[in-house]
Design a binder for this molecule. Structure first.
Ligand code: ADP
Ligand code: MG
Length: 274
């Protein structure tokens, strides 16, 4: 296969930003689809109780008998929560509203922050055709809660979607602080994969100013690819389709394909650096 990752050891990336509406879910769905389209085998883990990634990929609520809640509470292995999507090589572990109660239910369980890491680890021990993923993308909720901490503890790296709007940088330092905390306690290997600017509008001066500021502040951590504001991207979820399936030729689809190429290139660079 074309992947640059070790079989049975997927690269695990969390889409995280405690702000809502910045493009985490949209990026999980469409980066996942783009990676699958160029040959990767991708699992999306929906860790948001809202379940927008699951709905956006056309997974009916009635087909979520086993969900990420059951996995994190310890009642099912991750493989039981996985369903296939209409996109070849793209699978998803769907979520339900139950997830919102998880933090209380887990109480002070000693392994509460490692539930997802351990579940993904078990998946690797049971490599079966079609589930030997090369990428796992975790769609986080809009909060720095136990669910996001589970995602960070399970991940190799964080991918941060940042919306091109006035308060884009506000909150980023808090997110980076949380990453630092997780690195020093739960997961020393955690890194920032990159920052992806979303909903970019080149005709908007503010959008251009935000891009300049973020690139100055975060340097090469910012991906070259920017995701444009594109109505096709926002229409696609209501059809239960990734934008690449809904309208392959639109600017949003093109951008997510470029982002996927860039993500894979960064993976290659990381590997040769070691
Ligand atoms: P988050 O998961 O961070 O809360 P979403 O991915 O759900 O954010 O995006 C928030 C809203 O913005 C959704 O309605 C989505 O369809 C829309 N959206 C996201 N990215 C774009 C884009 N590039 N162009 C237009 N609309 C977008
Ligand atoms: Mg979301």
């Amino acid at each position: 296969h074309t992947s640059n990752t070790v079989p049975g050891h997927p690269r695990i990336l969390a889409l995280a930003n405690q702000k809502g509406g910045v493009g985490k879910t949209t990026t999980a769905i469409n980066l996942g689809t783009a990676l699958a389209a160029i040959g990767e085998r991708v699992l999306i883990v929906d860790l948001d109780p809202q379940g927008n990634a699951s709905t956006g990929l056309g997974i009916d609520r009635r087909n979520r008998n086993c969900s990420t809640y059951d996995v994190l509470i310890g009642e099912a292995p991750l493989r039981d929560a996985v369903v296939v999507t209409a996109v070849p090589r793209l699978h998803i572990a769907a979520s339900t509203m139950d997830l919102s109660g998880l933090e209380l239910e887990l109480g002070s369980a000693r392994d509460r922050a490692f539930r997802l890491r351990d579940a993904i680890g078990e998946l690797n021990n049971n490599v079966s055709p079609g589930s030997d993923y090369t990428y796992v993308l975790i769609d986080c909720p809009p909060s720095l809660n136990l669910l996001t901490v589970n995602a960070m503890a399970a991940s190799d790296a964080i991918l941060v979607p940042l919306q091109c709007e006035f308060f884009a940088l506000e909150g980023l330092s808090q997110l980076l602080q949380t990453v630092e905390q997780v690195r020093s306690t739960l997961n020393p290997n955690l890194s920032i994969h990159g920052i992806v600017l979303t909903m970019f509008d080149s005709r908007n001066n503010l959008s251009n100013q935000v891009v300049a500021d973020v690139r100055e502040f975060m340097g090469s951590k910012v991906y070259e690819t920017m995701i444009p504001r594109n109505v096709r991207i926002s229409e696609a979820p209501s059809y239960g389709k990734p934008v690449l399936v809904y309208d392959l030729k639109c600017s949003g689809s093109e951008a997510y394909l470029r982002l996927a190429t860039e993500v894979i290139q960064r993976e290659r660079d990381l590997r040769t650096a070691h």
